[in-house]
Design a protein around this ligand. Structure first.
Ligand SMILES: Nc1ncnc2c1ncn2[C@@H]1O[C@H](COP(=O)(O)OP(=O)(O)OP(=O)(O)O)[C@@H](O)[C@H]1O
Length: 782
């Protein structure tokens, strides 16, 4: 097959449309000498490169594509589908809407037609994406009797029990997620024997989403899946799909533990895209903690931008970082529109995980058919949900990875028309850095995902599950590099050695003990006591700081106050209330070093990777007015929680600190501020966000006897983030120093050294001291 020369696409209907939208949004906001836009660029449109259909694709499959308007495949689709067909594990890593579905649909559907016993498994990180892919498949196959016997079916937490049973017996293409695959399918794999024996393809969609502890857990689930399928007589090929990512082949290989081919070129067309970086202005005459100037929040500016865009008739998605931020942004947009055009108020909605399944499905179809014009969403809508025809994307707060940013941005302009993408910076060091260093965002290759399946806290529980599924053999143990851990588990009686291999001890039910998403022990249900209604859930590790008694909780635009948190029962009881304040937990934290993994001395500075025990206790909370002023502080009596994890740390001698002009009295503020800024910038070198990591700084740490700063992974056993910080220490600290240095505030603000999740209410902080600490570190190390 020969790839054709470039075929020009039809003329773009709306060149300059994105820039026009931006101009209208700026009208009334910017003045002659000030604009919130720090950078603006146009990504030109790209034309498609086509190839011929491979001969092996079944005519019925080709006909289905043709009816869907796909007359010829793009070149990268053919390359990837050919690789899978020839028996290689393959990953296709290309932009949003570059037709990755066609790659696996062509291979899977052809195989399911050719072999009436063949089966396939599709895996996505979210239920919403799985549901969307089934709908897309349904549309593709509608009215085609050739495919009647496929019965594609979802098998996830939203699937009714009777349908699950039916799916297991009749469906030849199951759509699930790693959580359900782990507990519902592998945990009952004997019932799935027939399915596994005939399993031909495993599709892993949105591979770049499997990072950190979730990625490491998924990697172990996938290795268990391949092992169980092969033991049943199957020999599945893995087809991965990912947003453009650094080294995707290596990433998929790490996920499945086997080599694979990568296809990274993108030959699909896209329309012109205007990208703007936006830094909200200061709120006049308002000061925050320590007298710092206060910027308008990213959510407030994003709501204003979305309202302006919707008034212009632009279909807009606004990505917001937190579930709570989504609710607030949707509500603010509605309020703004109520004054301008009340008819538009009902065309705005919020979308996020944690809603009940039916509500989510309804919202998805309302967005797809344009009934909704503006939607604030968490990244639950970032992944693959095929929503087309959007004119504008507002990203409120850098989403933490370059891959996510482009994935969100790629939702715009799917119809080939011009479109607008606006990144609104949050008042935070990383966001501020990026809107002033656009090349670090717009010209940067996408990060490698960080996963660490060898983390003993991840691997150990999966070894028990694997042994419960089938006895563990010597070769399994070798392949997973688990000899030491297997010995430990055997010594404590969790595994038993028999001639056929290792078995799990009687009475253990290891599947129930793993939370694939990395929480430390399940979910807390949030219940409205006035109606006995389940509103949603929150990870129990985060519950003490988010749904403690007195906390304000927002759901679907409505506000609630928590009456009681019962961690033993996994229940947070709330009632509807609209107080004029928000709440922020205060915590005390201590860190004990349990093992030094790496240590390097550079003059007065040591930099180390260490295993630590971090003990947290929520001691109370601050109530803050809606403008950010602290109203009062309330005490709480909550149990301490200990996390065994990894940290990157540094120590500095007191003499060196004094030599750069810091008196002993300034050490705490300087180290604390340097720690906050460094936490804010770690996502630049590791694929995490600041909520995945924590920190502690101290004048004298009992284990080192020196001024010490720790930045630790917020997950048991570590997730690989601290390790990345250790490896890329100089790059990380250089960016941190630059961010603090270039911030125009006088004494520290949220754009540089204040932290939104500081358990000490951002006290004490010494910005100038932090600069001295960071400069000293770099001086000693370079
Ligand atoms: N060769 C092609 N020619 C024309 N249109 C195509 C072709 N291949 C796919 N499409 C269309 O492009 C759109 C996007 O395809 P698809 O959803 O598979 O992209 P994707 O890469 O999986 O996107 P995402 O990043 O959202 O996962 C669909 O509407 C699909 O019908």
């Amino acid at each position: 097959m020969t790839a054709e020369p470039v075929v020009p696409e039809p003329a773009q209907p709306a060149v300059g449309f994105g820039a026009e939208l931006l101009e209208r949004t700026l009208a009334g906001v910017s003045t002659e000498d000030w604009s919130p836009v720090t950078h603006q660029t146009v990504i030109p449109s790209r034309t498609a490169r086509y190839d011929d259909w491979p001969r092996w694709i079944a005519p019925a499959v080709r006909a289905a594509f043709a009816d869907a308007g796909i007359t010829r495949p793009w070149a990268h689709q053919v390359r990837a589908a050919d690789a899978a067909r020839s028996g290689d594990h393959v990953i296709v890593a290309s932009g949003t809407a570059s037709g990755k579905s066609l790659v696996y649909q062509s291979a899977v559907l052809t195989e399911l037609l050719a072999d009436p016993t063949a089966t396939a498994l599709y895996l996505s990180p979210t239920k919403a994406l799985g549901a969307d892919q089934i709908r897309a498949l349904g549309r593709l196959l509608a009215g085609r009797s050739d495919f009647n016997h496929l019965q594609p079916c979802a098998y996830d937490g939203d699937t009714d029990i009777e349908i699950r049973q039916w799916a297991r017996m009749h469906s030849r293409w199951i759509f699930t997620n790693p959580d359900m695959l782990h507990v519902g399918i592998l945990g009952n794999h004997q019932r799935w024997r027939h399915f596994f024996r005939h399993l031909k393809y495993i599709v892993i969609d949105e591979c770049h989403h499997y990072r950190g502890v979730f990625g490491s857990n998924t990697a172990m689930v996938l290795r268990r899946l391949l092992r169980v399928a092969r033991a049943a007589g199957g020999n599945p090929i893995v087809i991965g799909a990912s947003a453009t990512a650094g080294a995707p082949g290596a990433a998929l290989s790490r996920l499945i533990g086997e080599p694979c081919t990568e296809v990274v070129e993108d030959t699909s067309p896209h329309g012109e895209r205007t990208v703007a970086l936006w830094e909200p202005g200061f709120v006049p005459e308002v000061t925050g903690g320590n007298g710092a100037p206060v910027r308008r929040s990213a959510g407030a500016d994003a709501a204003r931008i979305m309202a302006d865009l919707v008034v212009e008739g632009a279909r807009t998605l606004c990505f917001v970082r937190s579930r709570r931020g989504v609710e607030v942004t949707a509500r603010t947009t509605r309020q703004l529109l109520a004054d301008v055009d009340p008819d538009l108020v009902d065309r705005i909605a919020a979308y996020r995980a944690g809603y009940l399944a039916d509500d989510r499905r309804k919202l998805e179809s309302d967005i797809a058919d344009g009934r909704l014009l503006g939607v604030a969403t968490t990244n639950a809508l970032e992944l693959g949900v095929d929503i087309s025809g959007l004119d504008a994307i507002v990203v409120a707060g850098y989403p933490g990875t370059v891959a996510s940013f482009w994935q969100q941005a790629g939702r715009a302009g799917r119809r080939g028309a011009g479109s607008l993408v606006v990144l609104v910076a949050r008042d935070d060091p990383l966001d501020t850095y990026l809107v002033h260093h656009p090349d670090a965002l717009l010209d940067k290759p996408v990060e490698m995902t960080v996963t660490d399946p060898a983390n003993p806290y991840v691997l150990g529980p999966h070894l028990l599950c694997a042994a419960a599924e089938l006895p563990l053999t010597e070769s399994d143990v070798e392949a997973w590099d688990a000899a030491e851990l297997v010995d430990e588990l055997t010594a404590i009686g969790h595994l038993r050695r028999r001639p056929a291999g290792w078995y799990v001890a009687a009475g253990l039910e290891p599947h129930a003990d793993i939370d694939i998403r990395g929480g430390i022990g399940g979910q807390v249900m949030i219940v409205d006591v006035t109606e006995s209604r389940l509103l949603g859930t929150v990870d129990s590790g985060r519950a003490p700081s988010t749904v403690h008694a007195g906390a304000v909780h927002i759901h679907q635009g409505a506000s609630y106050v928590v009456d009681e948190l019962d961690l033993d029962e996994g229940l947070a009881l709330v009632h509807p209330d609209e107080p004029d304040w928000t709440t922020m937990a205060r915590e005390s934290t201590s860190v004990d070093i349990t093992e030094v993994v790496h240590s390097n001395q550079f003059g007065a500075v040591s930099v180390q990777l260490v295993a630590v025990d971090v003990t947290h206790q929520v001691t109370g909370y601050l109530r803050k007015s809606l403008t950010g002023e602290v109203l009062d502080s309330v005490e709480l009596d909550m149990p301490p929680q200990t996390l065994h994890t990894r940290a990157v740390m540094y120590t500095i001698t007191p003499e060196a600190l004094e030599e750069v002009g810091l008196t002993v009295g300034r050490f705490p503020g300087a180290l604390h501020a340097a720690e906050h800024a460094a936490i804010g910038l770690l996502p630049l070198v590791a694929t995490c966000d600041r909520w995945d990591i924590g920190g502690l700084s101290t004048n004298v740490h009992p284990d080192t006897g020196l001024p010490t700063v720790f930045v630790y992974d917020g997950y048991a056993g570590g997730a690989g983030f601290a390790e990345r910080g250790h490896t890329a220490f100089v790059t990380w600290i250089t960016a941190t120093r630059d961010a603090v240095l270039s911030c125009t505030c006088e004494r520290g603000c949220p754009s540089c050294v204040q932290s939104p999740k500081c358990g000490n209410g951002n006290e004490p902080l010494d910005k100038d001291g932090a600069l001295r600490v960071l400069t000293l570190l770099l001086r000693e190390m370079t």
